[in-house]
Write a protein that binds this ligand. Sequence first.
Ligand code: SF4
Length: 239
Amino acid sequence: MRVRDVMSSPVVCVPPDMPLKEVADLLVRHAISAVPVVDGGELVGIVSEADLVPLELAPDPRAHLIPPAHLPGHLPKVAGQAMTREVVALPEEADAAPSVGQLPPGVSAVMYRGRAAKQLVRRARLHPWTELDRCPHENLRDPERVHIDPEGNVHLCQGISLGNVFERSLREIVRAYDPEAHPIAGPLVSGGPAGLVRRYRVAHRRRYADACHLCDETRRALRRRFPEILRPNRMYGLP
Ligand code: SF4
């Protein structure tokens, strides 16, 4: 499959001075996950949902009598301030495999998880759920990194919380992590997202875009059972 078989055409572009609210509306209206930023006919960057979500999650300094010290002086307001400048462009003839389906580690351009997944999977090649038997992007057995969100949740992968740094130190949280015993990471380590489905007998479809797509949907189904781990709500698109 070539890039031209999966690409959107004509391309929806925005100018650098377009307000981010309008950019976000455009993404939703056209059911796309990113827009090129064009200035005077020249490609100068790209704004994707990945650029907008951190802004959405950032605390608003106006809500604090004393603004938190870690916040930047001002948040980006227009496309040119939020865009990613290093854009990788592919010719129409390029192989589209690195952009669809389940991909080997280090090759993926797309992970089908979070709110963007619903839009992206429409164009993806789907795979039997039983084949999605490993986590392709995170070393869950021996993580080399964690993510900490503004509320203090320590994420193994987005939406899988190991604890909260406002309740315990990061050192304690990391030391207490036992991958095999962890209710979510354990099944993922031994059998990938398909293993998570099997462990808790979660209802599922027959085919998914990739491992993250199955993992994300399975975790959503398990949220009520593991509210202290599968959090915060925002990671699952909930208020
Ligand atoms: S969403 Fe699941 S399968 Fe994808 S990287 Fe995270 S833990 Fe691994």
